[in-house]
Design a protein around this ligand. Sequence first.
Ligand code: ATP
Ligand code: MG
Length: 139
Amino acid sequence: MTERTFSIIKPDATRRNLTGKVNAVIEDAGLRIVAQRRIRMSDTQAKKFYEVHAARPFYGELVEFMTSAPVVVQVLEGDNAVARYREVMGATNPADAAAGTIRKLYAESVGENSVHGSDSAENAALEIAQFFTEADIVG
Ligand code: ATP
Ligand code: MG
């Protein structure tokens, strides 16, 4: 089933010039980058995006990190894209991530872990809508 997921290449990765290397892993996994934009996330955008984690002790640090340098927001399309991209990203903590995953290859820590990917098709649609309109997505 072809579906879409939302991805963010996070500040730790853009800072180290890893956008192309991350995109190579995404494309090699069979996912198509159908929309992509480099932005500086505002405090308001980051707070809204990570609203579900507002009660967590790392929320402030997470918002500060996500606004600390440019990010690349993306829409990925492919067969079972949500689950497939979660596999390609690897575990949240790079220490637990499987070999060959983006986080194993590039992440620096559980907080500065290089990429975000939606955790459900429903959240993917909401997250995509926060950053893109349908006209931005060219499949
Ligand atoms: P993401 O939502 O970014 O794709 P995830 O679904 O693997 O990652 P979540 O549990 O949703 O992980 O956490 C969201 C983000 O919050 C993580 O990617 C990470 O940047 C940060 N985070 C999670 N746990 C911690 C922690 N213990 N300390 C610091 N930051 C954390
Ligand atoms: Mg998550």
